[in-house]
Design a protein around this ligand. Structure first.
Ligand code: NSP
Length: 225
């Protein structure tokens, strides 16, 4: 099996994730600012836990080769993606320590601890099945938005978000990570119990992504700014 089998096995949830109303409003530039800010703050906290999960992949690896494969993702999260969020949030006068002091919302706790638990109780492949919707999904969203002529780039307050995830650096790092996941999945039969378990893990993380977008949209009524 490979990553595409995982996506195909949960197609409905996958499409609900990658085409969520939050994504469509980002693309049109119509997303309410409180929703974006809530999402960014929570995503900062999400990425911090997510970096721990990639560090767990080093711990779970049996070979030096697999340990080295996980390291670029830890670096990319800590040096690039989290730093982008810190700079975006500086526009609202928020510092890195302000962001670290934020409370995690329920969807943030549920998703990140689910990924960490899948990796703790399973092996490295279970962990990657839980991590994969995050990287592969955002890369797909970035590509879709940049290829779609209806995406509003000019004057769009969220253009930085779109260019981050559509950009070469993010796309290449996800392509490398996905090739590694495919190598690990290649030994597993899609119709085996193991294959079905991995689909469940991948689908659960995909459903968590949908809930994470919704958590951002639901912030509309909260007084965030
Ligand atoms: C919730 C979520 N999922 C995925 C990504 C992309 N790394 C992200 N920043 N946030």
């Amino acid at each position: 099996m490979n990553h595409q089998d995982l996506i195909n096995a949960c197609r409905q949830d996958w499409d609900a994730y990658t085409q969520h109303a939050f994504v469509q409003q980002l693309a049109k530039g119509t997303l309410a600012q409180p929703c974006y800010l809530h999402y960014l703050k929570q995503d900062f906290l999400f990425l911090k836990q997510y970096a721990r999960a990639y560090a767990l992949a080093i711990y779970k690896a049996h070979t030096l080769a697999d340990m080295r494969k996980a390291l670029p993702s830890v670096n990319a999260l800590l040096d690039s993606e989290i730093s982008h969020h810190v700079s975006y949030c500086a526009n609202w006068g928020l510092t890195e320590s302000d962001l670290e002091a934020e409370d995690e919302d329920f969807g943030t706790v549920a998703y990140t601890r689910y990924v960490l638990d899948a990796g703790m109780k399973g092996d490295i492949v279970d962990l990657y099945a839980a991590l994969a919707p995050c990287s592969i999904g955002y890369a797909e969203i970035g590509r879709n938005l940049s290829a779609d002529e209806n995406t509003q780039l000019q004057g769009n307050p969220f253009v930085d978000w779109i260019t981050l995830y559509a950009g070469d650096e993010f796309q290449q790092s996800v392509a490398q990570g996905t090739a590694h996941i495919d190598t690990l999945l290649a030994e597993i039969d899609l119709d085996s119990q193991r294959g079905r378990n991995l689909i469940t893990v991948f689908r659960t993380a995909t459903r968590m992504e949908i809930a994470f977008w919704q958590q951002g949209l639901d912030a509309f009524s909260k007084d965030e700014i």
